[in-house]
Design a binder for this molecule. Structure first.
Ligand code: SAM
Length: 238
């Protein structure tokens, strides 16, 4: 058994079918040309790169050193290696036209005071009239919809891998524990465990409560889209 490969090595291969270009373009429909965008939890930099190529100035916030290295290898280098709740906002002031936290980033802030601090940090770097884009699991529907075991197959450098996700939900705390095992397929049945990871997520989007909470920070809801799995919110800072 070897654990030399890390989860970040697989991230782009697992999500190879995710249309980052289209997602990035959807956000730009709300923004004028040549804006300044803060990408919170930028991961491997796929959205950020798309915005940069379309003439926008992008700064990424990413606490995972491994993900930031992947982003840099992909060509996106303007990353502050920190959690959003610990970002040094004084350096920027109200600098950004848009702050974007796509693909469940804010769900990782399972502690309510930390989540609150993160929203305060975001607000302090967003211009008045600026837009905040949030995307996360739907807290209203996910407890009934998540799959306990979920296997995804993907290829990397011609080798077939499986990511086996095992999810547990704690209905007292509202926290999901997702355990991933990454396996290299050796044959039809045989496979070798390459690496493992644990993720803890507390979805907060969906329903009126969170919207009220966000409005209390001086945001107005501009748009909301949801299905059984996720919610996207577009908020405007007054
Ligand atoms: C599912 S990934 C999404 C990455 C990227 N936004 C995308 O769309 O591919 C979640 C990301 O959130 C980052 N993250 C977790 N906690 C964070 C925090 N407190 N502040 C900022 N980013 C965080 C993780 O390191 C990870 O890169």
């Amino acid at each position: 058994m070897s654990f030399e490969l890390k989860e970040s090595e697989f991230y782009d291969s697992v999500y190879v079918k995710k249309d980052y270009q289209e997602e990035a373009a959807q956000i730009l429909r709300w923004l004028p040309e040549h804006t300044k965008i803060l990408d919170v939890g930028c991961g491997t930099g796929k959205h950020a790169l798309a915005w940069e190529k379309m003439g926008h100035e992008v700064v990424g916030i990413e606490p995972s050193h491994d993900m930031a290295i992947k982003a840099s290898e992909n060509g996106f280098k303007k990353i502050q290696l920190t959690e959003i709740e610990n970002m040094n906002t004084e350096f920027f002031g109200e600098y950004f036209d848009a702050v974007v936290a796509m693909f469940d980033v804010m769900d990782y802030l399972i502690d309510f005071p930390v989540y609150t601090k993160a929203i305060q940090k975001i607000s302090s770097v967003l211009k008045p009239g600026g837009l905040l884009f949030l995307e996360g699991w739907n807290k209203e529907t996910m407890p009934a919809r998540f799959e306990h075991i979920r296997e995804i197959y993907f290829f990397q450098k011609g080798v077939r891998y499986a990511r086996v996700g095992e999810t547990l939900y704690d209905d007292k705390t509202g926290v999901f524990h997702v355990h991933y095992g990454f396996y290299r397929n050796l044959g039809f049945k045989e496979r070798e465990l390459i690496c493992e990871s644990d993720h803890f997520l507390k979805p907060r989007l969906g329903g009126k409560q969170t919207n009220k909470f966000l409005e209390s920070f001086g945001y107005e809801i501009r748009d909301q889209w949801e299905d059984d799995y996720s919610v996207r919110l577009i908020l405007k800072k007054k």
